[in-house]
Design a protein around this ligand. Structure first.
Ligand code: GLN
Length: 279
């Protein structure tokens, strides 16, 4: 006997409630993925039966979620800045907080200027691609040290047909010439190695090379910031995403390295999250 859409969703939701705060939504997203339909489509047809094979594939995905695997890795996809990005376990899953960094960058980038921008540690390409899509005259270069991440980001940029974004493998700013950039944006690894949050939720499945940055989570900023001074043009901007307890340390570090007017911005949850400064 086959199940209806409504029954399959109900069973999966019950199963997912043990592990997820968004059990019903998770179930809907997974079923939509299996049926290759929008959630709206099948919510309109709750009485429609699903085949046994479909149900089996769906249950496999539900079980992976029950084991804690992030939804984004199960469906290989995450929406960011209303762009559908492919994500794999080689890349961090783009977070809504990081959209704040994009928003602040766009506020500084006039639509009719041809700025050159680098996104350091681009991962899936989220920040680079979002900025490039909003500012067609700008050139955006996404850098990542991981060859696998570069492949993912490259594919994301290509699937959107964006001509003004390039993805390259590299070690932060090593390959950039002095005073060649108008803006640097980055969401680098910033989690402290012993942070207890690493044992919870999605981060357990994400690449540690994209998360961890020494005992205080500051190691990568200490490499990036002096290099940023070298690579930025006069009055060039840096925008950094950071952890909840790093804003004061970073403001000091930026000022010590020669940046001016460094200011912190809180995210929608009221946490200090982004810093903007210029040379
Ligand atoms: N925002 C991620 C978290 O909450 C960390 C991302 C990073 O290290 N860049 O764990």
């Amino acid at each position: 006997m086959s199940l209806t859409i409504a029954e399959a969703l109900k069973q999966a939701t019950t199963q997912l409630q043990a592990v997820s705060d968004s059990a019903r939504l998770d179930a809907e997203v997974l079923l939509a993925h299996v049926l290759k339909k929008d959630r709206v489509h099948f919510l309109t047809w709750p009485e429609k039966p699903i085949s046994e094979l479909t149900y089996k594939v769906f249950l496999d995905l539900v079980n992976r979620r029950v084991e804690g695997e992030p939804i984004a890795y199960i469906i290989d996809q995450q929406e960011f800045w209303s762009i559908k990005l492919r994500v794999t376990p080689d890349t961090l899953i783009p977070r809504p907080e990081t959209e704040l960094l994009v928003l602040e960058a766009l506020n500084l980038l006039k639509e009719d200027e041809r700025y050159k921008i680098a996104d350091l540690g681009t991962g899936s390409g989220a920040i680079a691609i979002a900025i490039a899509s909003e500012r067609p005259l700008c050139t955006v270069i996404g850098i990542d040290q991981s060859r696998m991440a570069v492949k993912v980001a490259d594919r994301n940029a290509a699937s959107l047909g964006l001509k003004n974004v390039t993805i390259r493998q590299g070690d932060w700013l090593t390959d950039f010439a002095d005073h060649s950039l108008d803006m640097i944006v980055t969401n680098p690894p910033y989690v402290a190695e012993n942070d207890p949050h690493l044992a919870e939720g999605d981060v357990r499945f994400e690449p540690s090379s994209a998360l961890l940055a020494g005992p205080e989570g500051m190691n990568e900023y200490r490499k990036i910031i002096p290099e940023a001074v070298r690579c930025l043009k006069k009055h060039g901007w840096i925008l950094l995403e950071h952890g909840y307890d790093q804003q004061d340390k970073l403001l000091d570090l930026l000022t010590a390295e020669g940046f001016t007017e460094a200011r912190g911005i809180k995210d929608y949850a009221g946490q200090p999250r982004v810093i903007i400064a210029h040379t």
